[in-house]
Design a protein around this ligand. Structure first.
Ligand code: ZN
Ligand code: ZN
Length: 185
């Protein structure tokens, strides 16, 4: 249920702003959106867009925003809202080509940096205790045949002895990718 409190009022205001921006930029977001709903439990995700497929007629969507996000700056919050709104465009439930195209429209029109994933660090927030998501993937193994990637947060046998393992999809050899040195902002 929607909470009628200061947090909610603030989120709702930002939400409505982003909706207006999307419409004015010609991004075809759904007209059937419930929310925003504040999710007080989610730790490992910041926003969520659910398609309510049981309804008769056009699909409606529910957008949830994690309570924790509300401690971030307004632009960060709006970027998360924009990310979720994009999922309500036809054929955009994944982060595929169309989703990226519309994300680019948002970037050009409003300067929103919409990424597929977000971290507490990039929102300028402290990581809550016991959150797995906070720990970044340090090790990336790449299949030399199909290019598939396997991510690991910690050192493990797979990271240390990749030659003993094979790609789960195609059976190709795995190689540890050089550590990524670019910081995620
Ligand atoms: Zn998404
Ligand atoms: Zn493979």
């Amino acid at each position: 249920m929607e909470e009628k409190n200061i947090n909610y009022e603030r989120l709702k205001k930002l939400f409505d702003e982003v909706v207006r921006e999307a419409v004015s930029l010609g991004i075809p977001i759904s007209r059937n959106i419930h929310g925003p709903v504040i999710n007080t439990r989610a730790k490992a995700r910041f926003g969520c867009c659910k398609a309510n497929k049981k309804t008769i007629g056009p699909v409606s969507y529910t957008i949830e925003i994690s309570e924790r996000v509300l401690a971030a700056g307004e632009k960060n919050i709006k970027e998360i809202i924009a990310h979720e709104l994009l999922h309500t465009c036809r054929g955009c439930m994944n982060h595929g080509k169309k989703w990226k195209e519309y994300a680019e429209v948002f970037r050009k029109g409003c300067g929103y940096k919409i990424t597929r994933t977000t971290s507490y660090e990039s929102l300028g927030l402290e990581v809550p205790a016991g959150t797995r998501q906070s720990e970044p993937y340090k090790y990336v193994l790449v299949c030399q045949k199909c290019g598939g990637k396997i991510m690991r947060r910690r050192r493990c046998s797979l990271v240390e002895k990749p030659h003993l393992y094979r790609c789960g999809k195609c059976g190709g050899n795995l190689e540890l990718q050089a550590k990524n040195t670019t910081s995620c902002r």
